[in-house]
Design a protein around this ligand. Sequence first.
Ligand SMILES: Nc1nc2c(ncn2[C@@H]2O[C@H](COP(=O)(O)OP(=O)(O)OP(=O)(O)O)[C@@H](O)[C@H]2O)c(=O)[nH]1
Ligand SMILES: [Mg+2]
Length: 543
Amino acid sequence: MNERATLLTGSKAAVANLPDRLHHLERAIELARGRLDAEVIGYAEHVVGKATDRLKFGTHHSVVAMLGATGSGKSSMTNAILGSDVATTGVRRPTTSSTLACTWGSTDSSRLLDWLEIKNRHTVTDGSTELDGLVLLDVPDHDSVQVEHRLEMERIAEHADLLLFVTDPEKYADAALHHYLSLLSRHGAVTAVILNKADTLTNDELQACRTDLARLLLADGVGNATILTASATTGLGVPELKKLLADLLAQHELALARLDADATVAASDLAAEAGPPVSTSLPKDVVDNLAAELVGASSLETVSGAVAKGYKRDAASATGWPVTKWVRKLRPHPLRRLHLGSGSSGPTTMPAPSPASSARVSAAVRNASDAATARLPEPWPTVVRNAAVPHTDALHDAVDSTIARSVRERSKNSPTWWNGVRALQGLVFVAMMVGIVWLIALAAAGFFAFGDIPIPTIGPIPVPTGLALGGALLGWLIALIAGRFAEVGANRRARQVRKDAAENMVSVARTHVLDPIEAELASRRQLTDALRDAGARWPEGLE
Ligand SMILES: Nc1nc2c(ncn2[C@@H]2O[C@H](COP(=O)(O)OP(=O)(O)OP(=O)(O)O)[C@@H](O)[C@H]2O)c(=O)[nH]1
Ligand SMILES: [Mg+2]
């Protein structure tokens, strides 16, 4: 009794928080869905469902199930506790084929028994109060050829608040018994093992048997369960058993203690799957590395080359020698070909990513995700990678539109010096044309012998010739010098575009890859927090 009292009182604080803990467990289930093992999640869901249902029936009744091999004396012991032959006993094996419920006291247990799906019911109204609230179940065996008996036993073992295992000197070491004891050991529901048929042994034999059973129980993980030696036939140990039950019932917490233990098992199983509750964050260089890889795998180099060429061509159009600059317009504009020319918007016609650059992007995304989960066990590396490997098309589109935005932003305005040079070229061109027209007029006058027309000169050079030749030479010279400046400007603009795009690529990396990774890591953190609040115990060394 003392051991069990410890067992129950030990969980008192946790028991008081049961609804809270179930709430946290529910939250953990939601977070684990799609991430952790479906079977483990399924068990946790079952526990939450069972606990919610069981709590509806209150804690007045405590359901105590007698479990054991066929012929161990479960029905006989039930009768011994009852003090009358209600349960059917017999030598025919197996005897009990459906569970019998015996309820002590006048409080109605029918809804609870409906939930437990028990039809055979007996109410004890002998006026005694010490076992008030006890619902004692005489359950079919777990080891006969009747499979449905075993299934019924397992169902009851899962739903009862406390379990009493009944065994005898012949069967106490059976594998089946110890299989169930080990299985249920984590659920804190195994209360006592009754070594029945004590009347068939001598005192020494009984002691030896009891010692051996204690050793086996320890190995099963239920070393704190009470061993009661008893005999249903002679009544030996029956008063002690009734006293044990009365003491437990007085605590009115048996249902809560069982559900609490179940919640701990469910949360701990999820915790073992989820791994240690360590907080993880992205290493700082991951963002920069990923952004650099996105840039490296993109068409930025090609596009910035086109930016430089486009700049030079636009500069030449604005500042070139008017006589020859039209020739350039015959060739397609390098930026307009990519649908990136000034004033453009919407989708571009940048080259589709090559298989090599797609592979480089995928590898970079994988590296980022692996760096984020370096300290985490499976399934997190896989879960996070799946979240990080986004729809590749969306990532490529984002990279392209980032480059396009950088190009368009930088190409919006032409440099002001182009206008000055354009005006100057216009003037020079007009001067040249004046000179040419003048020369033509002079030639025509000579041809028609209009006589001598005075020609003004500047020094030795006649003005019309000076205008025509000087204008041509100056125009060509201006174009040449402007071309040199355009070269510098073109390189600078290409550099700016590369710099802008590289900077903006950080936010592409964040939005499309790192945010999903961090969201997954945050979910994991919430999950381990919820599990801790639900009372999970992590495997040794992980906490
Ligand atoms: N000598 C002796 N025989 C007992 C004792 N308890 C039960 N028996 C006998 O053991 C046989 C089986 O008892 P039951 O109570 O029917 O066993 P059970 O565990 O309910 O068996 P199933 O219903 O088949 O699972 C009966 O013949 C009982 O008379 C006991 O303490 N001493
Ligand atoms: Mg029976």
